[in-house]
Write a protein that binds this ligand. Structure first.
Ligand SMILES: Nc1ncnc2c1ncn2[C@@H]1O[C@H](COP(=O)(O)OP(=O)(O)OP(=O)(O)O)[C@@H](O)[C@H]1O
Ligand SMILES: Nc1ccn([C@H]2C[C@H](O)[C@@H](COP(=O)(O)O)O2)c(=O)n1
Length: 229
């Protein structure tokens, strides 16, 4: 472990939409006493601010200016966390389907990735953190002590997201939800900058037939073994 890691190791959890990254990261961070850094929420926050400012998702000049002046924070609230942008709570607004779609475009822009890369490295460099996203183990922290690539079949991820949306009262079908998951996968995997892919040294976890507790126990055991080694 490098001398910079004064607070513990860095754990990276990458994977496609609906794989369970946020759910697992929240629980694993609690068990380890680590900080949970939801990098997807950071991209969503930039997308929301671009939407509010009338900035087109491919306007790199204005996106560069937006990212230069943006302050994104995670504020612990009991067992959860609030996402603050320039001091304002955007935890709910960033989770809408509209912002999610805009984020797919925004997250492909190099100025946005470069700006958030610096922020994420600053947040995690001392360790004692779990970062979840698409490029943590490949780009943000290629030297992370523990890396996981968490996935599940597109059908299972669509089913999970469908149940989540229906529970929120949204009128969606299972078929269209699976289609959106597959579409999001294609966008995240095919973009030019920091595409979604498994780091060579990431531990693959296919949760298609695993419960949240089974995934959590496996990851906790793996981290503790790696730290003890
Ligand atoms: N192993 C599992 N078995 C059943 N349901 C799961 C499992 N893992 C996660 N879920 C459920 O699937 C839904 C999506 O999980 P979550 O939001 O954590 O995924 P994610 O990878 O963070 O997605 P995104 O990247 O789109 O934010 C949640 O309702 C969660 O409770
Ligand atoms: N490190 C990251 C994290 C997220 N993204 C993209 C992928 C999604 O299109 C969008 C929202 O992520 P989610 O909240 O669904 O995990 O942001 C990325 O490109 N890199």
């Amino acid at each position: 472990m490098s001398a910079q890691r004064t607070n513990g190791v860095i754990v990276a959890i990458d994977g496609p939409s609906g794989a369970g990254k946020s759910s697992i990261t929240k629980l694993l961070a609690k068990r380890l006493g680590y900080l949970h850094i939801d990098t997807g929420a950071m991209f969503r926050a930039v997308a929301l601010m671009a939407q509010r400012g009338g900035i087109a998702c491919d306007d790199d000049a204005r996106l560069t200016e937006l990212c230069r002046g943006i302050d994104i924070e995670f504020e612990r609230e009991g067992e959860a966390y609030r996402v603050l942008v320039n001091g304002g709570d955007v935890s709910r607004e960033i989770r809408t389907e509209e912002v999610g779609l805009l984020t797919s475009c925004i997250s492909a822009r190099k100025p946005v990735r470069d700006a958030l890369l610096q922020m994420q490295r600053k947040m995690g460099v001392k360790g004692g953190v779990i970062l979840e996203g698409r490029d943590i183990g490949t780009v943000v922290f290629p030297d992370a002590e523990v890396k996981f690539f968490l996935t599940a079949s597109a059908e299972e991820r669509g089913r999970r997201r469908y149940l989540e949306l229906v529970a929120r009262g949204e009128k969606v079908t299972l078929e269209e939800t699976i289609e959106k998951v597959v579409c999001r996968d294609r966008q995240d995997e095919s973009r030019e900058h920091a595409p979604l892919k498994r780091a060579e040294d990431a531990v693959p976890v296919d949760s298609t037939a695993m419960t949240i507790d089974e995934v959590l126990s496996f990851m906790e055991k793996t981290v503790k073994e790696r730290v003890a080694a």
